[in-house]
Design a protein around this ligand. Structure first.
Ligand code: ADP
Ligand code: MG
Length: 729
């Protein structure tokens, strides 16, 4: 019996694709960020140059103060935008929006319109700029459209700059838009995000008045650190699981994983560095301020992070980062994986979402103060966030609940599924002293403010940074670490902004109440902060979030513990949540439940596809390989016998392989059976079926497959291995 090699890829060729001889810098000088930044955006600067002064001023008022746009100026802006886009090679325009799928959508229209003379002219009207009507029927609406009007429309978001997306044969003008139903309900992620920004702005502007700070607007600011994997594309194209599900459904742990811890911050391989440089150049041109890049913990894992921007622009830019990471990999013969857990046994990917509040005058509200007065203001906002997170742990958990993130949260590496806040030693101490009302004036060296010393500068890179916390204070911002790497950051931001708005309002109410009964600001704050910490200190935790003790402790503290998405989705039905979002005008009840429906549907579909893909690979690739191996062993036994010989070793191998094959086939049959059953008609029961039947059946198939992988000859194994994918760069 001759082995038929199953491999359709060449490991050595993959490794040699990119000349890695140290002379890979292209000879021409690369453009600097300064030279190209924003080159492809219709930025404020471009608007200033291209628009008549009054039109420009009207537009800026819209952008900065959120005034409605005057349709009269739209035509003028449209013409300027079109001319600018055509100068940059654009032939088409699109309303670029963010449906509830979590990614972006676009439908391109040409600028070219036929004219009466049988020719064509380039046209783009104000109407086309402000509003579009994509065929929305194939975007998820969570039932909103089904009951009312089938169509949706897109509306220009003046506050996020339009940009030009280049492709190898041309370019498209992309106009960031909101996507709503004709009844005015949000069908996208942008509308609630803008509403939540408004809510938190209003609350913070009002609270700042207590501190005699008068501003017109407060922005929630965001910088999201994107983790991703990069592997050679030849491997990816030979892994149907990666192509269809974004993660590997099979794969034995290689002899070496991330044990050596030599990858994190290690030197970046040439091919990857060339890729990163390319990605960064494109993003600079799109006006996305990316700043840092480095290796991550797992082999073949990397990170890119931008400088923070306001939530809305940051969310749009985050989508551009993901899109550019994906599309550029191909140029370098690589494949970019954004999934939360592409490889079992090595770290998954997250998107640490750094969040703060900043006034339109540039004051960061979560920056510890340098004067007693700033100090009080900082403690006020910080306490509000503590309250918000404690009160709405369920919402934060919900905002990161996806089938993909289930592999990460609570899986002993990424942040645990239990929400808690890490404050750092110094800040925690200050709050604990405030609670006891014990800060002695003698300790303060004359610097008064709530009886605490002016906060010592809290080092941004303090040694006590806690990597295991899902929500950590990192010096001048909070970092929400549970967000998944492939997820849109919009919904988590909607939740953060809204719960912050509510807590700020509630604390402001209390402070004002005490001040009305003739307390000084300082006295009022003292009482309010003391009460807040008393009530909410259970959420503060500085220890090891991965440990078993913490799970026990969290239970004792009565924290919200939901290990899987399906359980986390229950929070959709809590009255407090429905009330909160409608009170702040962020999501009405129908919009809210629409999101539940879409999330459940995505959960169901994701696992359904994984189940089918597992069965297909098992049946069509792994079963044949295992059968071939068993046959070759059986044939060896027979030939030996014919020659009057016998080998215990071969017979033993045959027995082992054959037993594994039986177990594998049995598990596969069970998976095929549960795959055939959809689990009912209602989306809830379908999702439940996936959770309780399909996931365990997949796991069983994988268990046997991974054991088979360890004994089947290398040249018979049909799938690129973890070793190849993670270590060939
Ligand atoms: P760290 O070392 O704490 O991770 P970095 O300065 O590297 O700090 O920042 C990490 C991310 O946090 C970056 O994306 C950065 O833009 C973002 N960030 C910094 N300050 C703020 C802020 N005030 N609001 C929101 N994001 C911020
Ligand atoms: Mg970080």
């Amino acid at each position: 019996m001759v082995h038929t090699p199953s491999r359709r890829y060449d490991v050595v060729a993959a490794a040699r694709k990119f000349p890695s001889n140290g002379h890979t810098n292209s000879p021409e000088k690369r453009p600097t960020a300064d030279e190209i930044f924003g080159e492809h955006t219709f930025s404020i600067e471009v608007m200033r140059q291209k628009l008549p002064k009054d039109v420009y001023n009207a537009l800026i008022a819209t952008i900065e103060l959120g005034k409605p746009i005057d349709p009269k100026i739209a035509d003028i802006v449209a013409v300027a935008m079109k001319d600018w886009a055509i100068e940059h090679g654009a032939t088409h325009f699109t309303h670029w929006f963010q449906p509830l799928t979590g990614s972006t959508a676009e439908k391109h229209d040409s600028f070219i319109t036929p004219n009466a003379g049988g020719g064509a002219i380039a046209r783009f009207s104000g109407k086309e700029l402000i509003q579009g009507e994509p065929d929305a029927s194939s975007f998820p609406s969570g039932g909103i459209r089904a009951t009312f009007e089938a169509r949706g429309y897109t509306a220009w978001d003046v506050t996020s700059p339009a940009f030009i997306m280049k492709n190898p044969r041309g370019a498209t003008l992309c106009i960031p838009t909101a996507f709503a139903s004709w009844t005015g309900e949000a069908l996208d992620h942008k509308i609630p995000l803008l509403r939540s920004m408004e809510a938190v702005s209003k609350a913070a502007v009002r609270a700042l008045k207590i501190f005699d700070v008068h501003v017109t607007k407060v922005y929630s600011t965001v910088g999201a650190e994107q983790e991703y994997f990069l592997i050679d594309e030849d491997f990816a194209y030979n892994r149907p699981d990666l192509l269809l599900c974004g993660r590997t459904l099979f794969g034995a742990k290689p002899p070496r994983g991330q044990e050596l811890e030599d990858h994190y911050f290690g030197s970046i391989p040439d091919r990857v560095l060339a890729y990163m440089t390319d990605v960064e150049e494109q993003l600079y041109r799109l006006g996305v301020p990316v700043k840092t890049r480095h290796n991550e913990v797992a082999p073949a894992q990397y990170e890119i992070a931008p400088i923070f921007e306001n939530s809305n622009v940051a969310a749009d830019h985050q989508q551009l980062i993901m899109q550019t990471l994906r599309s550029t990999a191909r140029k370098y013969g690589m494949y970019c994986i954004l999934h939360e857990k592409p490889f079992a046994g090595v770290n998954g990917s997250g998107k640490h979402t750094n969040w703060s509040l900043s006034t339109d005058t540039g004051m960061n509200l979560l920056e510890p103060g340098e004067t007693p007065h700033d100090n009080m203001q900082f403690l006020f906002f910080c306490a509000a966030i503590i309250k918000a997170v404690d009160k709405h742990q369920d919402l934060l958990r919900l905002s990161v609940a996806t089938a993909a993130n289930d592999h990460r949260l609570g899986a002993n590496e990424a942040p645990p599924a239990i929400m808690s806040i890490f404050l750092g030693e110094q800040l925690e101490k200050i709050f604990m002293q405030l609670e006891k009302g014990k800060v002695k004036k003698s300790d303060t060296k004359g610097l008064l403010g709530l009886g605490t010393p002016v906060l010592p500068p809290i080092p941004l890179h303090a040694g006590d940074r806690n990597r295991t916390s899902p929500f950590a204070f990192t010096g001048n911002k909070f970092e929400f670490r549970a967000v998944g790497s492939s997820q849109s950051i919009s919904f988590p931001l909607v939740v953060l902004n809204t719960i912050a708005a509510e807590a700020i309002d509630e604390l402001a109410d209390e402070v004002e109440k005490h001040m009305r009964s003739r307390k000084s600001l300082e006295e009022a704050l003292q009482v309010v902060l003391q009460n807040t910490i008393k009530q909410h200190k259970r959420i503060i935790f500085g220890g090891d979030g991965y440990s078993e003790e913490w799970k026990e402790e969290a239970k004792r503290r009565g924290l919200y513990i939901k290990n899987t998405s399906l359980e986390a989705f229950e929070a959709f039905h809590d009255k407090k949540n429905i009330t909160l979002f409608s009170k702040y005008g962020v999501l009405n009840e129908r919009e809210w439940f629409a999101r539940e429906e879409v999330l459940l549907d995505q959960y169901f579909k994701t696992i359904n596809i994984e189940g089918e893909t597992t069965a297909s690979i098992a049946q069509r690739s792994i079963l044949p390989a295992a059968t071939r191996y068993v046959r070759s062993l059986a044939e060896t036994v027979t030939s030996l016998k014919a020659a009057g010989m016998q080998s215990k070793a071969v017979e033993q191998s045959l027995k082992e392989a054959s037993a594994l094959l039986d177990g594998f086939k049995d598990a596969l049959s069970k998976l095929i059976a549960v795959n055939a059953d959809e689990g009912g008609d209602a989306i809830q029961s379908k999702a439940k079926h996936m959770h309780s039947k399909v996931i365990p059946a997949m796991a069983k198939v994988r268990e046997f497959a991974d054991k088979l992988e360890k004994i089947i000859p290398d040249d018979l194994w049909p799938l690129p291995t973890y070793q190849e994918m993670l270590f060939v760069k």
